[in-house]
Design a protein around this ligand. Structure first.
Ligand code: ZN
Length: 276
């Protein structure tokens, strides 16, 4: 369907609007990608895991040390009980031979108990000492991962701030460019753009291919476009414009602005080096 009545300047402004929209869209995609940076996500997961491991290691060592101290205290209490019994037995306080015999048996049992507590206490001590180097390694690993994460998150913050700043810089320029496009044309462009991955208009290429979908435009249609009419690509449904000053590439299907700033209309984005 032919559209007549727009000046070359209107059409150029429309293409320029598309370039702003494509650039803003590219920045939004970059923000999303930066936000979900897999490197940062992986480091977060790793930081959680190393934190958990170090925490578990610390708890284990504390538990073993408590166990060793408890066994030692039990042994000390029993030693005191034996000393008390012996004081009674050898201090002549117990005269009944049967009672004396019972006390001696009791002391023998208590000595066995001391041995058991000492053995368990020593085992816990040895185990805790053996666990210390592993714990030190876990704590070190945790610190290393956390340092990497802090660095990666810092880098991510800087990148997000930079991308946000770029969008902020383009937004008023885009708005200003939109005012230069006649409203019916802008409304039409935006409707088409919405349904077509952010690209609503493209320049027809010198070889008569659609600048967005790269499908060949029929000769008659191409002629009409070159004559200055606004037409629609039969293949992708986007608006097609002949850009008199430019040769070849228009706005790509991926939404990339025209490849060379020298080919672009005046007042182009002015930061070709900023593309990634
Ligand atoms: Zn097309």
């Amino acid at each position: 369907m032919a559209e007549i009545g727009y000046t070359r300047s209107d059409l150029r402004s429309l293409l320029e609007l598309q370039r702003y929209d494509s650039e803003i869209n590219r920045l939004r995609v970059a923000i999303e990608r930066t936000r979900n940076d897999p490197e940062v996500e992986a480091l977060r997961t790793q930081a959680d895991a190393t934190f958990g491991a170090a925490q578990a290691g610390k708890e284990r060592v504390v538990k073993l040390k408590h166990a060793a101290a408890w066994q030692e205290k039990e042994a000390d209490d029993i030693r005191a009980e034996i000393a008390e019994a012996e004081r009674k037995m050898y201090g002549g306080l117990v005269s009944n031979p049967k009672e004396l015999d019972q006390m001696q048996k009791r002391v023998e049992q208590l000595r066995i108990d001391i041995g058991r507590h000492e053995e368990l206490g020593l085992a816990a001590m040895v185990e805790s000492e053996e666990a210390e180097p592993a714990l030190a390694g876990q704590v070190r690993a945790q610190a290393e991962v956390e340092a990497l994460l802090v660095k990666a998150e810092g880098k991510q913050r800087v990148a997000l701030a930079d991308l946000g700043k770029q969008i902020k810089g383009l937004t008023p320029k885009r708005a200003e460019m939109a005012t230069r496009v006649p409203e019916p044309l802008r409304v039409k462009y935006e409707r088409i753009r919405d349904g077509r991955s952010g690209v609503g208009v493209a320049a027809i290429r010198r070889d008569d291919l659609c600048g967005a979908c790269s499908v060949e435009v029929p000769r008659a249609l191409a002629k009409a476009i070159v004559a200055g009419r606004l037409e629609t690509c039969e293949s992708c449904g986007r608006l097609l414009i002949h850009l008199f000053e430019t040769a070849g590439a228009g706005v790509g299907a991926e939404g990339a602005p025209a490849s060379s700033p020298a080919e672009g209309p005046p007042g182009s984005l002015g930061q070709p080096g900023g593309r990634r």
